[in-house]
Design a protein around this ligand. Structure first.
Ligand code: AHM
Ligand code: MG
Length: 323
């Protein structure tokens, strides 16, 4: 049994980064504990306020954000942080080396129904003379990430982590209160017959996704020549975890429900860290027109179309966009 600390000592060349990840995992254990208590801990329901994106915050969004923010602010190597639940970047320690971007509780619509949610994080180096209070310091492409991961709060609590040397999974052993290594070098099968997309917004998609989904629904008689299965948890962490476990394709494409929002998911703390994991596990991630991790960001809360998962299936969707 290998605990997170030992795992990081052996697999992460940068011990300052290792320390940061270990500290961050402590606040995730706290979140996991509160989620497991649910209504007993009074964590369900709305916080009756909105975040910067005009979304209604749940109590647990606010609690998780505060836990992670306080934890990160106390780590000397953290120069600054940005969160889905914070309108602006938050400076931390002037001597710090890292910027941490996170979605404290992804899939919040699932909290009240006791379905899987998760914390997503992305870690960047802070340029030496950059101002950690300035948004511009954080606007680095996904390819610059030094580490990324998520903690899934489901039937068990699982951390999926990459520091650029493959993807590793660690399960929280509640008997000892520690994350322990479970799977090394996680690989996504290149082919799949399972897709995840919110079909209720079908009429708002652009043509390439319309055509691809229409073809896959035709099954073995259609041009893709296979019968697909569909899943939609409405929790990106759960969808990506399924894909990292048995393959699949996840799509939250551009839709024109609201022309001011090019997709629902956020680049800096949802799409980029998940792309990092998926790519490290041999999968692919794209907007349909360009690799997600090549995008030059324009804002910390920027939204982006997302298509990721099994390499060959994502390649097929890219081809629909190139026709
Ligand atoms: P959130 O960060 O506000 O929880 O929103 C992100 C979530 C993703 O986890 C999930 O893929 C998507 O929103 C679900 O959207 P929908 O409500 O359209 O099914
Ligand atoms: Mg989210």
């Amino acid at each position: 049994m290998m605990r997170l600390r030992t795992f990081l000592q052996q697999h992460c060349d940068d011990q300052m980064l290792a320390e940061l990840i270990e500290q961050l995992s402590v606040s995730c254990k706290d979140i996991a504990y509160r989620i497991s208590l649910g209504e007993l801990a009074g964590v369900t329901g709305s916080a009756e306020q909105e975040n910067v994106q005009g979304e209604c915050q749940k109590k647990l969004d606010v609690i998780s954000n505060d836990l992670i923010k306080d934890c990160l602010a106390a780590i000397p190597s953290v120069r600054g942080l940005a969160s889905e639940e914070e309108p602006d970047a938050v400076p931390a320690n002037p001597e710090g080396r890292f910027l941490v971007l996170f979605d404290p509780l992804d899939g919040s619509s699932n909290i009240d129904v006791n379905v899987t949610v998760g914390t997503i994080f992305s870690i960047l180096e802070c340029p030496a003379d950059a101002d950690p209070a300035a948004e511009s310091s954080y606007l680095q492409s996904g390819s610059k990430q030094v580490a990324a991961g998520y903690v899934l709060y489901g039937p068990s609590t699982i951390m999926m982590l990459s520091t650029g040397n493959g993807v590793f999974s660690l399960t929280l052993d509640t008997r000892i209160g520690e994350f322990v290594l479970q799977r090394e070098n996680v690989q996504i099968p290149a082919d799949t017959k399972e897709f995840a997309i919110n079909m209720s917004v079908q009429r708002f998609w652009q043509e390439p996704v319309q055509e691809y989904v229409a073809d896959l629904l035709k099954g073995e008689e259609g041009p893709l020549g296979k019968r697909y299965n569909m899943r939609w948890v409405a929790s990106m962490v759960a969808e990506i975890h399924r894909i990292l476990t048995r393959g699949g394709i996840f799509m939250y494409p551009f839709d024109n429900r609201d022309p001011s929002k090019p997709g629902k998911l956020r680049l800096m703390y949802e799409a980029n860290p998940m792309s990092f994991l998926v790519n490290q596990a041999g999968g692919q991630s794209t907007t349909g027109r360009e690799p997600i991790m090549d995008i030059a960001p324009e804002g910390i809360h920027q939204r982006v179309p997302v298509i990721m998962g099994s390499a060959n299936e994502v390649e097929t969707v890219i081809q629909y966009h190139q026709r």
